[in-house]
Design a protein around this ligand. Sequence first.
Ligand SMILES: O=C(CO)[C@H](O)[C@H](O)COP(=O)(O)O
Length: 276
Amino acid sequence: MASLSLHHISTTPFVRRATPLNLWTRTQKPFSIRSQSAPVLSQDDLKRLAADKAVESVKSGMVLGLGTGSTAAFVVEKLGHLLSTGQLSNIIGIPTSKRTQEQAASLNIPLTTLDLHPHIDLAIDGADEVDPNLDLVKGRGGALLREKMVEAASSSFIVVADDSKLVSGLGGSGLAMPVEVVQFCWKYNLVRLEGLFKELGCEAKLRLAGDGSEKPYVTDNGNYIVDLYFKNPIKDGFAAGKEISAMEGVVEHGLFLGMATSVIIAGKTGVEVMTK
Ligand SMILES: O=C(CO)[C@H](O)[C@H](O)COP(=O)(O)O
């Protein structure tokens, strides 16, 4: 396990005294936050705290990768505010989804593409799981392909999350690890993916649109998503990623390995900046 440095930032005035989070033993569970001396912080409050901390690294003139999801949306919101109040200028963003593109455009954040700006100064995005090596599972919001392209092109990649995202091993939350696949013979690939991780008790499911119908979810790139649910965490993420990528018809997977420069985690005891 790589050694990590943790920089602690108190969430005062919400929490009077902060202690480091117990990063490596947490399991995924919903939490409500209560302190005798402070108001309750919701999960959205924590996401916003992490987002605001990350935006402190943004400087005028930067090319920015704009992530997708509820935490990344707080980042985009803050950037819009700083631009509209003149506290930031001359930034340009590359959105990782149509959703983020729409939000950023509505806040008058100038936008560009990787074609026009292949070198990104800083990307900020959420994550679904963060392990002790700062390796990630991403893509439960369905934007994994564009996220990976944008974040791989960034000199620096800051992850923002609340502490429910901390896991001791990837796949360990029991929630989905997504794989984007072409529509053609998706079932063939679903069966092959499930077989690949049989010994981890993997169950593969086609992601549905979520509108109550049996229609599949379609990504911004016109593909389907196969969600992998593991009973046991993945032991070697790099080997797993390699095997998934080698399958014909797989477009991208949600393992983001060795990509994060730092992870900003907000929890009831404060905000931690985790770096390798
Ligand atoms: O990878 C993502 C979208 O594809 C998101 O960053 C991830 O799902 C976390 O989302 P949220 O901040 O809403 O928990």
